[in-house]
Design a protein around this ligand. Sequence first.
Ligand SMILES: [Zn+2]
Length: 86
Amino acid sequence: MKVRFKCPQCGIGRLQEVTTNVIEYTIVTGVTESDDIVAMEYGDVSHENYGDFDYYSCTHCDYELPPATSVELFDWLKENNMLEAE
Ligand SMILES: [Zn+2]
């Protein structure tokens, strides 16, 4: 099912999962310099630690959703009519 999230607080943000304690390695493949601004180009990404799930929130206003698990999130989205069949 597709998520049609509408933030209860601001109405415009997207739904995000917040994860802490991530350890990530990203291969650096290139650099571009212009006017003292350096832009990096990246390759493959790998993880030593995928991190710990923390909470679900809105990308715009940081409203923290009540669900604390994926099952609770599914039920909450269903109750609030934010799921759409694909
Ligand atoms: Zn919001």
